[in-house]
Design a binder for this molecule. Structure first.
Ligand code: SF4
Ligand code: SF4
Length: 448
């Protein structure tokens, strides 16, 4: 057997693809088709098997169970009570076990939140921004927006002081409103951890024509299983250049006032890359394959984004999970990320931070016609180039054992110097460079 990775991560889907919402961009709802006739509930015996195998196969002193869906809370509290009791039963001495759970938040109540608090769950809450932006695609089975129900769940998480992160997908509906989205999380929700996930929904002509109806409407129809295929994208998908601008706009605000206070995952992971410590996020790692997905019946897949027949590794009730993780198939899956990079990426100055991004999005051609470039390349490139200077400055601060937050003082001084330079060359009747809309002589030029 190949050596198993010392650390790997499994996203566990106890309800499979079943969810109470019908988010229009969800790549997972159609995975229901893989298991016709299933009840989509992880059996107790499998839960015990999985818990034991997962704990036994991790070599670190910390083991994290990650529950995801579909919507995992549809399993009911009893299921998670049992999960905790199996974790206690199979825990090895000296190993810390923790749990995270990704939810749409709409089914949370006092009992759930008491349970989360008691067992220190880290909750990932899916919100796409303020109400009108969130409700664009995050709808229920009747097509109505889910924002109000999510906020009810959010209030309960706050009430019980449950630790939570915001997971925000970025798509055609909110890509033009970076500051509205970011400030909503920071100022309205008081969240200090945000993760942005770009929506890139691949399609062919057939899927594109069906893409804008909800799953409930599609279900009786002939929408095919969503797989990582097709050279087109749906109109809900993010525009690559706009994704770059979205991140840059938020970064510019963050680097001036929120460093050390707001954790924005892509900024933090990037700082790791500039410090020469990559590996914080699989999409920006040179290889992948250490983040797998477990279906409700024990089927283990190479990745949450590749729950499709070609990437099924086996079933953990028949083969040990550790053997599937260490299998040639999975090793090759991880290496493919690096081995399939086009020359354009190999020559790229920001490859150390990007590594070509996730293979699922590599379906466009490079400027000289080579296939396999990431659809998000334009956005990534502009973002990584833009943050290069402040990232170098923060990395330098950290190497000097000073807080990265000192970048805010440095940036403020640079902004001030830049503005003075602009003022000194502005004519009296020209618009003021501060952006007030007034003439310079009636604004910052008044004294002069
Ligand atoms: S395929 Fe993409 S999401 Fe999956 S492990 Fe690799 S980089 Fe991560
Ligand atoms: S920015 Fe573009 S060219 Fe550079 S590594 Fe990333 S995907 Fe490749």
């Amino acid at each position: 057997m190949n050596p198993a990775p010392p650390l790997f991560h499994v996203m566990t889907k106890p309800t499979g693809a079943i969810c109470n919402l019908d988010c229009k961009y969800c790549y997972f709802l159609s995975k229901e088709m893989l298991y016709p006739g299933s009840r989509f509930r992880m059996a107790d015996e499998l839960l015990a098997t999985y818990t034991k195998q997962y704990i036994d196969s991790q070599k670190s002193r910390e083991v994290t169970f990650a529950w995801q869906g579909g919507e995992p809370t549809l399993m009911g509290l009893d299921f998670f009570e049992r999960a905790i009791s199996y974790q206690k039963q199979f825990a090895r001495p000296g190993v810390k076990i923790s749990n995270s759970l990704q939810t749409n938040g709409t089914l949370l109540d006092d009992d759930w939140c008491r349970f989360f608090k008691k067992h220190n769950f880290l909750i990932g809450l899916s919100i796409d921004g303020p109400e009108e932006l969130h409700d664009k695609y995050r709808v229920n089975k009747g097509g109505a927006g889910s924002f109000k129900q999510v906020m009810r769940g959010f209030d309960l998480l706050k009430k019980y002081h449950v630790e939570f992160n915001v997971l925000c997908t970025v798509h055609a509906g909110n890509q033009d409103y970076p500051l509205e989205v970011y400030r909503f999380f920071r100022d309205e929700l008081g969240s200090d951890f945000v993760q942005f996930i770009p929506i890139v929904e691949r399609a062919d002509d057939h899927v594109r024509s069906l893409a804008n109806v909800g799953w409930s409407e599609r279900h009786g129809g002939d929408r095919p299983l969503y797989t990582q295929a097709g050279g087109l994208i749906t109109e809900r998908s993010i525009d690559s250049a706009k994704y770059g601008r979205f991140l840059i706009t938020i970064f510019d605000e963050w680097v001036r006032r929120d460093v050390g206070k707001m954790y924005v995952q892509i900024f933090d992971v990037s700082l790791g890359s500039w410090l020469g410590q990559p590996g914080g996020l699989c999409i920006f790692a040179p290889t992948c394959g250490d983040a797998l997905a477990l279906e409700h019946n024990g089927d283990l897949y190479s990745c949450d984004h590749y729950v499709e027949p070609d990437y099924l590794l086996g079933n953990i009730q028949e083969d040990l999970m550790i053997e599937l993780v260490a299998s040639d198939q999975q090793k090759q899956f991880g290496r493919d990320k690096q081995e399939s990079l086009p020359q354009y990426c190999l020559d790229c100055e920001v490859r150390f931070a990007c590594h070509g991004g996730c293979p699922k999005n590599r379906f466009i051609s490079t400027p000289n016609g080579e296939e396999g470039l990431n659809y998000l390349c334009a956005g990534y490139r502009s973002f990584f180039y833009h943050i290069d200077r402040p990232m170098k400055q923060m990395a330098q601060l950290l190497r000097q054992r000073r807080p990265a937050a000192e970048i805010m003082r440095i940036t403020a001084a640079e902004d001030e110097a830049q503005q003075q330079k602009e003022f000194s060359s502005t004519k009296r009747n020209a618009p003021c460079p501060c952006g007030s809309g007034k003439k310079f002589k009636q604004c910052h030029g008044r004294k002069r």
